[in-house]
Design a binder for this molecule. Structure first.
Ligand SMILES: [Zn+2]
Length: 255
């Protein structure tokens, strides 16, 4: 089964994420950059508000709209002069950037905005949940290629501890695992991993495939899953799913 983008967009937590982004958008901006636009879901909403939107992704985006200019590029080395945009938006991207390149990517986003920067990432994500093992190279992949987990302090430090204008924490009830369940999954090759994800193996770049389990292995994994289920149903964890931060680097609209 492949990842169903349309179905994902209808999920409650995704609707809350997008609503939050829309609420946090500054009212005045002319030139907008969406860094990491994927299929253009947010881009088209931005084009409904702002006169000029540049949609950038690693692969050339195919978004057709009179106010949208598509650009192929990498946020770790943006091909724009300093302060090219009034607003730079980057959501669901930084969690995928290799940790050693994260500071550079954040510096690039900051460099090309002349006023606003809106960042969205998963909040304190348990990167062990839905981990996968690549059957080609044997490496363990965190879920959907997420290699970084964030809280407000980490995000602030990545952006020079600038005072922010607004922050929101959309979604509730982030799913967690535990050491025992994780150990069982690891022993049997992570059968409940996010194998339907679009992202390939972070190590070898090949497509991830679900392992086949023997009956006893399946039982052990079901036990681990049950344990995880009880943990998430009874635990105090109502932690937010996302964190969004808006900065105004001119300081005119900051706390
Ligand atoms: Zn691999």
């Amino acid at each position: 089964m492949r990842f169903d983008t349309a179905q994902y967009r209808r999920k409650e937590v995704e609707l809350q994420r997008v609503d939050s982004i829309m609420r946090m958008l500054p009212s005045h901006a002319e030139q907008v950059l969406e860094a990491g636009c994927r299929e253009g879901y947010i881009t088209l909403k931005l084009a409904g508000i702002y006169p000029s939107v540049t949609a950038l992704d690693l692969n050339m985006p195919g978004i057709v709209h009179p106010r949208v200019a598509c650009v192929q590029g990498d946020i770790k080395a943006l091909d724009f002069p300093d302060k090219s945009f009034d607003l730079v938006i980057c959501t669901e991207v930084l969690e995928h950037i290799p940790p050693q390149k994260l500071e550079k990517a954040c510096a690039e986003l900051l460099r090309v905005t002349r006023r606003y920067l809106l960042i969205g990432v998963p909040f304190r994500q348990d990167l062990r949940v839905h981990a996968t093992r690549c059957i080609h190279c044997g490496s363990i992949n965190p879920t959907t290629g997420h290699v970084n987990s964030f809280d407000l302090q980490q995000l602030m430090s990545l952006f020079g501890n600038m005072p922010f204008s607004r922050t929101e924490y959309p979604g509730r009830g982030v799913y967690k695992t535990n050491r025992l369940s994780y150990a069982v999954y690891e022993r049997f090759g992570f059968p409940y991993g996010s194998y339907q994800q679009e992202e390939p193996c972070i190590n070898c770049g090949k497509h991830l495939e679900k392992p086949r389990l023997s009956f006893p292995a399946r039982l052990a994994c079901l036990f681990a899953k049950g344990l995880e289920f009880i943990q998430n149903k009874t635990g105090p964890s109502r932690s937010p799913v996302w964190i969004h931060v808006l900065w105004d680097i001119t300081g005119q609209d900051s706390f």
